[in-house]
Ligand binder design. Structure first.
Ligand code: ZN
Length: 195
């Protein structure tokens, strides 16, 4: 049975996509927060969709599965939001970010590998940006829907079209950057390039 693997860069604004996928897959959705979140799913091997961060970058890409990857179109924001979250969970209020350059470096490396892995041009990999859902929510959901159509039942197809038409998209507002942190990471990345 083919599976859908939904990979998101951590802290990407993906609520609309998650909501849409929950509508499509309901109890067949295995989330890394509420279920086992491993690939393949261990809570119920019949579940169709697994959501993961692929932290170990060890999820195999096979021809029979469908892969959806979402990230922010601005590389710096990916690093910033994840690093900001890391500071938050570790209860760090320090503004001297240079103490954590190693962590920033780790996040950049993880981002680069994840981005490269899922940027491979294959018909069973869909790469989307969180901004796609902000700029053109309806069109982007339709794109996701078409991509997943081979695994969606006929009955679900009409229901899905109605669901997309009825969604009110203004509820999904993007996060804002912390400017000092954004600039810090931008400079950090520029320095790396010039070294
Ligand atoms: Zn599971």
């Amino acid at each position: 049975m083919e599976k859908i693997i939904f990979i998101s860069f951590p802290r990407t604004n993906n609520l609309l996509l998650v909501r849409f996928l929950k509508f499509l897959f309901k109890d067949d959705f295995c989330s890394q927060y509420h279920n086992c979140g491993t690939v393949p799913c261990t809570c119920n091997p019949q579940k169709k969709l697994s959501k993961t961060f692929d932290f170990e970058l060890d999820i195999p890409i096979t021809d029979d599965n469908f892969y959806m990857y979402i990230e922010n179109e601005d590389k710096i924001k990916n690093i910033e939001y994840y690093f900001h979250f890391w500071l938050f969970v570790n209860n760090i209020h320090e503004k001297n970010y240079s103490k954590y350059n190693d962590k920033i470096q780790n996040i950049i490396q993880y981002y680069d590998k994840l981005h490269k892995k899922y940027s491979t041009k294959k018909s069973n990999i869909l790469h989307v940006y969180s901004q796609d859902f902000e700029k053109n929510p309806q069109e982007t959901l339709n794109k996701v829907f078409l991509f997943l159509k081979p695994v969606i039942s006929i009955e679900k197809i009409q229901e899905t079209k109605e669901y997309i038409n009825e969604l009110s998209f203004h509820n999904y507002v993007a996060k804002k950057s912390e400017n000092d942190l954004y600039d810090y990471i931008k400079n950090f990345m520029n320095q790396q390039h010039s070294e």
